[in-house]
Structure formats: C-alpha cells, structure tokens
Design a binder for this molecule. Structure first.
Ligand code: SAH
Length: 254
C-alpha cells in the first residue's frame, strides 16, 4: 500500500554502521547465511508467511514485516529448527516468544486504528518486550516503537538480540508496563503481550484520539480474550475478539 512506508524484503543484521533506521533498512545489504536452519532461512520464512496469509492475514505491510524479521535469531539455538512453526517457544525466566500468527494478528489489528488511515502509525508502545521479536516486527510498521519489559534479564536479552539489526526507531525500556510510558505518549497504537485481569487506566490515557489498544484480558471461565479499544473523539469503544493464551501480566520489576 502506497500510504505506508516500504520495507526491505527481509531484515538481516546489518554490519554497516552508517546504516540506520527504516529508511536505511530499505537499502539493506546482501543477506547473511542463517546458521541452524539450513544455509538460508528465507524459504522457510516465506512458507510461514504463506500460512499466515492462508489464515487470514491480508494486510500486505504485516506480511512483508513477518517475512522480513528473522524469528530464528530471537530463540535459543536448540529451538532454531522450530522458529518458523506456529508455536510459542520458551525464551527464559518462564516467558515465551508469541506465536507468529498471534504477532501478525495483533499487528494487523493495530493497523486498523483510525490514525492508520491517514498514514503510517507514528508511535507505538509494546508492553512485554520478551526477546524483542515483536518489537522488530513493529519497527517496520511504525515510525517509533517503545517497548517495555519488567524482567531485567529479558530486557537485556532483547537488547542483545536487537543490537545487530540496528533499528534506530526501537526504544527498549526496563520497567513496569502497567503504568505505560507517559514520556512517549500519546500513542497511535498500544500492543500488550501479557494478559491481566483488567486494563490499567494508564494505557487508555496514553492512547491518542484515533489510536488503538490491542491486549489480552481475562474473560469468563478462566479464559483470556483479545480485546481492541479504539479511542474515538466520542470516547472509548471496546470490542472483544477471539480467545488467546498469553503469559500473565504482572506488576513491579524483577
Ligand atoms: N513480545 C514478546 C512476547 C513476550 S512474552 C514477543 O515478541 O514474543 C510477554 C512478556 O511480558 C514477558 O517477557 C513478561 O515478562 C512481560 N511482562 C509481563 N508483565 C509486564 C509488565 N507489567 N510490564 C512489562 N512487561 C511485562
């Protein structure tokens, strides 16, 4: 779509220090071979993208971003062969990297924000950085990505995972995401990767008018459902979507 930025066909760690940001990423250099998934992971990643499209992900920018980010670089070496299966995988400290279909679904929902109609998303906040995979995907869909993680070990892991990609528009924060991140507000999109009992008020407060929040929240019978909150000029509008299974949203840092 012409109203969204164009992105590289793939997102590889980039050795050239002068190349920064999404504009530079559009001229990404020659790909490096990926270890552990054969000589080149792009074929297996493209099959994942085809499956996502078959499952209903229709937004070209999302498919392009999912095809660009090398998910195998965000999982432990022992799990590399499962990196392009539609499954969540352990990333340490009892947490998981979200399933590709869930990352793509949430990204597509974010691009449904009212503000996305007039151009690329400006600022997006992610609650729950984990290993940094979704932040890398979002970096291709928004001008600036703020991502907050409450576990120091994972915050540092995400920093190490993302460093070779040199994504100048990703800002990793260590802290309790229940309070959002007021300094980056207002956000065109807020995406939450951990499920709580309710939505902390700070998230809706920090949403721009025309912005959209996508989050898992506790539902009846111990289930968890994905919810979308749109901030309209007339107020907040909430929709409850399908059931999901995210790790718990917790308060404080550790
Ligand atoms: N976005 C990740 C998913 C990580 S799992 C991906 O790309 O796959 C969800 C993460 O949310 C965990 O790392 C967990 O520690 C974190 N989390 C839970 N509660 C949080 C809170 N209040 N603030 C920030 N992070 C939180």
């Amino acid at each position: 779509m012409s109203r969204r930025p164009t992105f590289p066909a793939r997102l590889d760690p980039r050795p050239a220090p002068e190349q920064r940001g999404t504009a530079a990423a559009a001229q990404a250099p020659a790909p490096s071979p990926a270890r552990g998934v054969g000589l080149d992971s792009s074929a297996v990643r493209m099959r994942m993208v085809q499956r996502l499209a078959a499952q209903g992900i229709a937004e070209p920018a999302v498919l392009q971003a999912m095809g660009a980010v090398e998910r195998h670089r965000f999982v432990d070496s022992a799990l590399v062969n499962q990196a392009y299966e539609d499954t969540s995988l352990p990333i340490g400290l009892g947490q998981t990297i979200s399933k590709p279909s869930v990352v793509a679904r949430m990204a597509q929902l974010l691009l449904g924000a009212g503000l996305a109609r007039s151009g690329p998303l400006a600022r997006v906040l992610e609650i729950g950085t984990g290993c940094g995979y979704q932040a890398a995907v979002l970096s291709l869909l928004a001008r600036e990505v703020y991502s907050i993680e409450r576990l120091r070990g994972l915050h540092e892991k995400a920093r190490a995972n993302l460093r070779p990609f040199r994504l100048a528009n990703v800002h990793l924060l260590f802290g309790d995401g229940m309070a959002g991140f007021a300094q980056g507000a207002p956000y065109a999109g807020i995406v939450v990767a951990a499920g709580g009992a309710h939505l902390p008020p700070a998230w809706c407060d920090q949403l721009a008018v025309g912005g959209r929040l996508v989050a898992p929240v506790a539902a009846a019978g111990g289930r968890q459902a994905l919810i979308v909150v749109d901030k309209t000029p007339l107020g907040l509008k909430q929709s409850v979507l399908e059931d999901v299974h995210f790790v718990p949203l917790k308060s404080g840092v550790a």
